[in-house]
Write a protein that binds this ligand. Structure first.
Ligand code: PMP
Length: 326
């Protein structure tokens, strides 16, 4: 495994090869491991797709040198794309619904990108339409559109999943990940199911999100504080393939908030809400592997901690539940 100890030429070379660390909750005999994605230079899992999508699009000519990348994004993808765009001599423009954290928007701007805000109540669908409209106005502009671009999932199929399988010498029983675009889960699930078709795959979302409707569940839509995962409009989640998913696990914001605080206090893990949701889901799957109700090919559960709590301190992640703005 690359260790990044040798001198490197570009920050892009530090993307990926993140640590895989034990989560010390869950039953004995079924270890849970999380990929710590805040170790990437832009401090989230989305650096992987920023680098991968732009390099692939430059290689196949979809994106011309000196071109502009326009992306509707909650923030982390913007930072990931901005890191890569800056080093690949591309311009970056992001269309961001207002509710997403200010820290992320400041970082995108610091990296040289332009940020355009859209009203929160108009949702992500509106941000996506704005991005496409802008691309039509500009010459040599491309919208990677992480919500439907297979390169998003491929980045995880090509990097995140093989790193995990190598570290665990292929002993992976279950893959658990919260879904925003679902790129992470789909890329890892495809890799896992190709390795062993019995690999258990669980999607994760906060209560109020509608991914569960893909598995036929009648769930109610509502707002949630958890950031980075979930959907209000499943018609925009083109990457999500229900045939690769055994179940969609859902947790309340309150449980997720409690787990976020536990991870910091007990495990030294300064991770954000999506990681806490993944941790709860991984424990649920591990418990069921332990009691035999899930028949997994190996006694281990793998998940990702997509980013760090530091990115959300201004929203009060470590204050009381009611003071957490989400
Ligand atoms: N966690 C965080 C903090 C995120 O920003 C995202 C991306 N929106 C995810 C999880 C979900 O990743 P994906 O889009 O690959 O489903």
């Amino acid at each position: 495994m690359t260790t990044h100890r040798q001198p490197l030429d570009s920050v892009l070379e530090t993307i990926g090869e993140t640590p895989l660390v034990r989560v010390h909750a869950g039953p004995p005999g079924v270890p849970i491991y999380a990929k710590l994605e805040s170790f990437n230079p832009g401090a989230s899992i989305k650096d992987r797709i920023g680098k991968y999508m732009l390099e692939e699009m430059l290689a196949d000519g979809t994106l011309k040198p000196g071109g502009t990348v326009i992306e509707p994004t909650a923030g982390n993808t913007g930072i990931g794309i901005a890191v890569a765009a800056g080093q690949l001599d591309l311009e970056a423009v992001f269309v961001v619904p207002e509710r997403f954290s200010l820290e992320k928007q400041q970082l995108m701007r610091a990296l040289g990108a332009t940020v355009i805000n859209t009203p929160t109540e108009k949702g992500m669908g509106y941000a996506i339409d704005r991005a496409h409209a802008l691309a039509e106005e500009l010459a040599n502009a491309v919208v990677p559109q992480q919500f439907e671009n297979p390169l998003n999932a491929n980045a995880h199929y090509e990097t995140t999943a093989p790193e995990v399988y190598e570290a665990l010498e292929n002993e992976v029983g279950a893959i658990v990940a919260g879904c925003g675009t679902a790129g992470t889960l789909m890329g890892m699930a495809q890799y896992g199911r190709e390795y062993d078709a019995q690999t258990h795959v669980a999607a994760v979302e906060p209560e109020g999100s509608l991914y569960a409707t893909f598995t036929g569940k009648d769930v109610e839509e509502g707002s949630y504080k958890t950031e980075g995962i979930g959907t209000h409009d499943p018609s925009t989640n083109a990457l999500f393939d229900p045939t690769l998913v055994d179940e969609v696990l859902r947790f309340s914001d309150r449980m997720i908030h409690e787990e976020m605080q536990r991870l910091a206090a007990e495990e030294g893990q300064l991770v954000a809400s999506s990681a806490a949701a993944n941790s709860l889901a991984a424990q649920s799957v591990a418990n069921r592997i332990a009691d035999g109700s899930i028949d997994a090919p190996s006694d281990s559960v793998v998940t990702v901690f997509a980013d760090s709590s530091e990115r959300y301190l201004s929203k009060g992640v470590y204050r009381s539940y009611d003071e957490w703005e989400g």
